[in-house]
Design a protein around this ligand. Structure first.
Ligand code: C2E
Ligand code: MG
Ligand code: MG
Ligand code: MG
Length: 283
């Protein structure tokens, strides 16, 4: 241990272990420590009805509260966690933490569906269904309060396996959402094969909604498709009232984005909710 700091590190040098690999290796080590030291936190972003604004759910988004570097967003560590397999314990933690959060909220009289992002590797795990079922059983959380977010590529990777898994999850009562819908290169045929409840319209379309007629046309077709197939639609990344109005007029049911609120840690979320409901409930 002491040796690593005594300036003789050069003996480990090899062309393979260059600066980039070292940075990765250090990051991997830090990620492992973060797990042990419980440095991950879940933030929650509200989802509200486009029409009327009623709170309908929240998405759980992981952050890494690093004691030295501060709050690190998932984009900076989830890919490495995927590559190294650390996503499995991290993913387990996320599910357990969502259950614990549900328990705390239910104790306060708040029953709110939480959407959870799954990673490809986590979903492919053979023990995934047993693990998540166990986490819910242990905390007494009904599966309909958990929405599982998958991406198109996760569904396409091994479509038959994925369909079998999703059918089991659906039968257990979980809700299934497709995240970043419209950005993958997948065929629409898979919408017939999977028991999907929700299409999440990717924020790249929402961003261009008012400037780009093509983006609006794509959103229109996603909403029409969802309606025809009996699925709900959630628009991600809604930042302006103009976007919200347009989405609502075009029949999008649920809105998520900075216009409503940024993702917040537990306490701030509950404070936000109290204020939000006081504002939107007529006296
Ligand atoms: P995502 O699931 O598509 O999540 C939406 C992202 O958009 C979040 O970024 C959220 O903070 C951000 N966002 C929400 N509203 C707005 C808005 O109005 N404007 C803009 N510009 N951005 C908005 P975040 O939290 O950095 O997460 C990034 C991605 O990391 C997520 O994309 C998801 O794919 C992944 N991720 C997050 N949490 C987890 C997790 O627990 N497990 C796994 N496997 N992946 C996660
Ligand atoms: Mg998501
Ligand atoms: Mg998304
Ligand atoms: Mg995503």
């Amino acid at each position: 241990q002491a040796k690593a700091n005594d300036g003789n590190n050069y003996q480990f040098y090899s062309p393979e272990l260059n600066e980039r690999n070292l940075t990765r290796l250090r990051m991997e080590l830090r990620l492992r420590q973060a797990l042990e030291r419980q440095e991950f936190v879940l933030y929650f972003q509200p989802q509200v009805a486009a029409d009327g604004g009623r709170l309908v759910g929240a998405e759980a988004l992981i952050r890494w509260q690093d004691p030295v570097h501060g709050l690190i967003p998932p984009g900076q560590f989830i890919p490495l966690a995927e590559e190294t397999g650390l996503i499995q314990p991290i993913g387990d933690w996320v599910i357990q933490e969502v259950c614990r959060q549900q328990q705390r909220w239910r104790a306060q009289g708040l029953e709110l569906p939480i959407a959870v992002n799954l990673s490809a590797r986590q979903f492919r795990q053979r023990s995934f269904i047993d693990g998540i079922s166990q986490a819910l059983a242990q905390t007494g959380i009904p599966p309909h309060l958990v929405e599982l977010e998958l991406t198109e590529s996760m569904l396409m990777q091994d479509a038959q396996q994925a369909a079998a898994k999703l059918n089991r999850l659906k039968a257990l009562g979980f809700r299934i959402a497709v995240d970043d819908f419209g950005t993958g290169f997948s065929s629409l045929n898979y919408l017939r094969l999977f028991p999907i409840d929700v299409l999440k319209i990717d924020q790249s379309f929402v961003r261009e909604l008012q400037e780009d007629r093509a983006a609006l046309a794509i959103i229109d077709s996603i909403i029409a498709l969802a309606n025809a197939l009996g699925m709900n639609t959630v628009a991600e990344g809604v930042e302006t009232q103009g976007q919200r109005d347009l989405l609502q007029r075009h029949g999008c049911r649920t809105i998520q984005g900075y216009l409503i609120a940024k993702p917040m840690p537990e306490t701030a979320f509950v404070q936000w909710l109290t204020r939000y409901q006081a504002q939107s409930t007529p006296a």
